[in-house]
Ligand binder design. Structure first.
Ligand SMILES: Cc1cc2nc3c(=O)[nH]c(=O)nc-3n(C[C@H](O)[C@H](O)[C@H](O)COP(=O)(O)OP(=O)(O)OC[C@H]3O[C@@H](n4cnc5c(N)ncnc54)[C@H](O)[C@@H]3O)c2cc1C
Length: 570
């Protein structure tokens, strides 16, 4: 049996980078195992290549479909309270992972985020140390200079205001009227303002980590083996050394041996692998009947995501997207400061969507998605429901467990709800309402003939008489709470925010890097799992705290930096 130098479990954003960089040295034998399907050049599914991501992430062929999560805070002092609903939470199951289905927003976060990483014990991960790796990831097609890379594997670009639909242009004017300035490049100086969002996309095609890092040239390397349709079931140990994995390949269980195993299964599945291997909180492992190999209380704990809610509105026909040069649905976003005491600047992020789904009704609804980027809610968790590798873990995000997150979310709904009442926004929208990304909305977003037919019919009615439109939005689109409710009654606003807040797929921090004396640290700053040998975690799990960014580029940066550390013997 071949013994590989590196067995990488999970071919997502991080796994794709690692497979490329570690196999660039011909002496290394590298094996990449991915549960989902391959996306080889020339055969990348159209939905994945599409600049509009909604049909990729709602396609069950590319996601872990049994996974359900809770987002609302679970009260621990009220055992009689009904449990919050379990919701769908898409996690990618396809080569390229999240980068194959995500919204393609490509940003980095605040310099202070990475200085905080270092301060929390991830020595060597401060901003000055990570910036070169952010640059290494990208090939910026618009800007050069000290902030940007020109030779990276992931091209990034922006759609500038002259090409924005009327709705996005009006939002820009409304932002300026509210005192925010226009910034050309969100990935330069960290300052407040609105900007054309940076996207990982070239010539109107998504560039996933698999497309960028596992390109035809890389796949020619004889020392790189990529095995898709391969679900890792178990980590294999000899004593305290991880020596390989067992994985299901085409219905057959096989063993793969490695000098080092790197877990890159993402922030929900990587901690689950550690827990099943007996690495985690001792009490929980015993409850599951799993022998404790290493008691590491931090495994699966302090799960984070960015809490978000939306205020939406009907788009007047002249303001909608004209799909003549792009299928993108988001052009601009706003970074602003809540100015709450002690919170760093640029803590809030509001994305402006110009369509909410692929279907005809989706084309008629735009929104402000208000998101707390500097979140202080870090009480989420991933725990096992069973030692069986086929069972999904129990995932509770506990979003808004920190009062400051709730307050900023409420403030955001007030700000952007009120913005819909300004003449600038009324020129392009009508019938604003607080919105939630519920499972009902997801159901209608599944691509099917029935949904197309239903939404075609509904869209015609919505474009009809004003009174009928308002009635239909009130009775069929809204979920109970009106804009008037949230703007005039703080109790109703708080209830809406608590119920409607969802994560934006930035699950992270469940196997945090940290210092030796931090009991909650799961890995050291080189990703090595404490208490065992031959095992690292490299993916969004190891973030010490989620940065003020969409998480794909922070993951790509992390994997680039880790690959360097591994190759130089760290
Ligand atoms: C719908 C969606 C929209 C998003 N939008 C954005 C955005 O616009 N911009 C942005 O920056 N970020 C976005 N993100 C987040 C970003 O894509 C993720 O943070 C990032 O991809 C995580 O990288 P990762 O390597 O940690 O995990 P992943 O990319 O999720 O990779 C994990 C991989 O491991 C595989 N795997 C898991 N378990 C096993 C197993 N047992 N055996 C084998 N393989 C396994 C999975 O199938 C997956 O391919 C989005 C994510 C999603 C899901």
């Amino acid at each position: 049996m071949t013994t590989y130098d590196y067995v990488i479990a999970g071919g997502g954003s991080a796994g794709s980078v690692l497979a490329n960089r570690l196999s660039a040295h011909s002496g290394n034998q590298v094996l990449l195992l991915e549960a989902g399907q391959d996306t080889p050049h020339g055969k990348v599914p159209a939905a994945i290549l599409d600049s509009y991501p909604g049909t990729a992430y709602l396609n069950p062929a590319y996601t872990w479909n049994q996974l359900k999560v809770t987002t609302e805070v679970i009260p621990h002092n009220d055992p009689g309270a009904p449990p919050p609903p379990r919701r769908t939470y898409e996690q990618a199951r396809v080569l390229g992972g999240g980068s194959s289905i995500n919204g393609q927003l490509a940003n980095r976060g605040a310099p202070s985020d990475y200085d905080e990483w270092a301060a929390r014990g991830a020595t060597g991960w401060n901003w000055d140390a990570v910036l070169p790796y952010f640059k290494k990831v990208e090939r910026d097609m618009d800007f050069d200079g000290p902030w940007h890379g020109r030779d990276g594997r992931i091209p990034v670009r922006r759609i500038f205001p002259d090409l924005w639909p009327e709705h996005a242009k009006a939002v820009g004017r409304a932002f300026e009227a509210a005192g925010w300035k226009f910034i050309q490049d969100q990935n330069a100086e960290w300052e407040d303002g609105y900007f054309p969002i940076t996207i990982s996309n070239a010539y109107e095609r998504r560039v996933s980590a698999a497309i960028g890092y596992l390109d035809p040239g890389t796949r020619l390397r004889p020392n790189l083996t990529i095995s898709t349709g391969t679900q890792v079931a178990e980590l294999l140990f000899e004593g305290h050394r991880c020596v390989g994995v067992k994985a299901l390949v085409n219905g057959q269980m096989q063993e793969f041996r490695g000098r080092e195993v790197i877990l890159s299964c993402g922030a929900i599945h990587s901690p689950a692998h550690l827990l099943r291997a007996g690495i985690g909180p001792a009490g929980h492992l015993r409850d599951m009947g799993i022998d404790v190999r290493v008691a590491l209380p931090g495994v699966g704990q302090r799960l984070q995501d960015h809490p978000a809610v939306a205020v939406a509105a009907f788009l007047k026909p002249h303001a909608r997207i004209i799909h003549d040069y792009t299928r993108r649905h988001i052009y601009t976003a706003l970074r602003y400061s809540s100015d709450l005491p002690g919170i760093p600047a640029g803590d809030m992020f509001t994305v402006v969507t110009n369509k909410s789904s692929w279907h005809a009704v989706g084309e008629q609804i735009g929104s402000f998605i208000v998101t707390v980027y500097k979140t202080y809610s870090e009480t989420g968790s991933v725990v096992l429901t069973s030692p069986d590798w086929r069972e999904e873990p129990k995932v509770d995000f506990n979003l808004l467990s920190d009062q400051r997150d709730l307050e900023r979310m409420m403030d955001g709904v007030r700000r952007f709800g009120a913005m819909y009442l300004t003449p600038i926004m009324q020129e392009v929208t009508s019938d604003p309402f607080p919105a939630s990304y519920s499972d009902k909305v997801r159901q209608v977003g599944l691509v099917s003939k029935k949904n197309k037919w239903l939404t075609d019919a509904m869209a015609k009615l919505l474009d009809g008489p004003e009174a009928l439109r308002s009635y239909l939005i009130r009775t069929l689109v809204m979920e109970g709470t009106t804009l008037q409710d949230v703007l005039t009654d703080d109790e109703k606003l708080e209830a809406f925010v608590r119920k409607a807040a969802v994560g934006v797929w930035h699950a992270s921090c469940t196997c945090r890097m940290g210092a030796d004396d931090d009991p909650m640290a799961v890995t050291d700053p080189a990703g090595r799992v404490r208490g065992v040998e031959g095992l690292r975690v490299v993916d969004a799990s190891i973030f010490p705290v989620v940065p003020c960014a969409n998480t794909n580029f922070p993951v790509l940066m992390t994997a680039e930096k880790m690959a360097d550390a591994i190759l130089t013997g760290a």
